[in-house]
Design a protein around this ligand. Structure first.
Ligand code: SAH
Ligand code: DHB
Ligand code: MG
Length: 221
């Protein structure tokens, strides 16, 4: 078993379950056209986020880390009439491209992108009493994942689904001596998540067209 078969099977699954979609394709292409890193979720993980939003009947979704809006579009498509998604992004260029992609997908009336440091924007959301969100997707810079999780809890209620991307980092989380700040951020977050009494959680290993990684899945009690 190697990366080649994981990629082939990932494509087999997306060919079966993801019908061609102009807006999603354009959002994917915008990464190259606009010089934005190719670190968006894969199509099958985008579909998984969409299903999670449906399963949790989410009417209010919060995303931390928009990039070009690829995961945003997948989740916003799951919202019912009148549903809202707020996505936080530090990079004005990413936010601008994301707004175009979201507009092209016909979702701009449901999606608000806020530009700034996620920690500051999260504090403001708490001040605004913007919660509780039904689903929160943590996918911004990795070192402060634990802090993003703590702020997310303040914006949650019973049953809120909290998902965090990139928590296995190619299996590097097993190495306690690894000094990559992204790996250390994931290790610290995973430990805090497991120890937190307010949530029940697990981690799903993710393989496929992207690097081997994992998504944490938690539900607020
Ligand atoms: N969710 C996206 C991928 C997000 S990549 C998708 O799957 O399509 C991570 C994003 O977080 C990048 O756009 C990066 O600019 C943003 N980011 C990094 N540090 C941040 C911070 N401190 N506050 C808010 N956003 C940040
Ligand atoms: C990185 C960030 C991501 O959100 C991701 O899915 C993959 C990689 C990164 O910053 O390297
Ligand atoms: Mg990610």
């Amino acid at each position: 078993m190697d990366q080649k078969i994981f990629e082939a099977v990932d494509k087999y699954i997306s060919d079966l379950f993801i019908p061609p979609d102009e807006a999603l394709k354009a959002a994917e292409q915008s990464h190259q056209l606009e010089n934005i890193p190719l670190i968006n979720v894969s199509p099958n993980l985008g579909k998984l986020l969409h299903l999670f939003a449906k399963i949790s009947k989410a009417g209010k979704i919060l995303e931390i880390g928009t990039l070009a809006g690829y995961s945003t579009i997948w989740m916003a498509k799951a919202l019912p009439e009148g549903g809202r998604l707020i996505s936080l992004e530090i990079d004005p260029h990413h936010a601008e491209v994301a707004r175009k992609n979201i507009d092209r997908a016909g979702l701009s009336s449901r999606v608000e992108i806020r530009v700034g440091k996620a920690i500051d924007l999260l504090a403001r959301l708490v001040k605004e009493n913007a919660g509780p969100f039904d689903m929160i997707f943590i996918d911004a810079d990795k070192p402060p994942y634990t802090e993003y999780f703590e702020w997310s809890l303040k914006l949650s209620g019973p049953g809120t689904l909290i998902i965090a991307d990139n928590v296995i980092r190619d299996g590097k989380v097993l190495d306690q001596n690894n000094d990559d700040p992204m790996v250390k951020g994931a290790q610290r977050f995973n430990k805090a998540l497991a120890a937190n009494k307010h949530v029940s959680a697990t981690i799903l290993q993710t393989i496929g067209v992207k690097e081997y990684d994992g998504m944490a899945i938690a539900i607020v009690k």
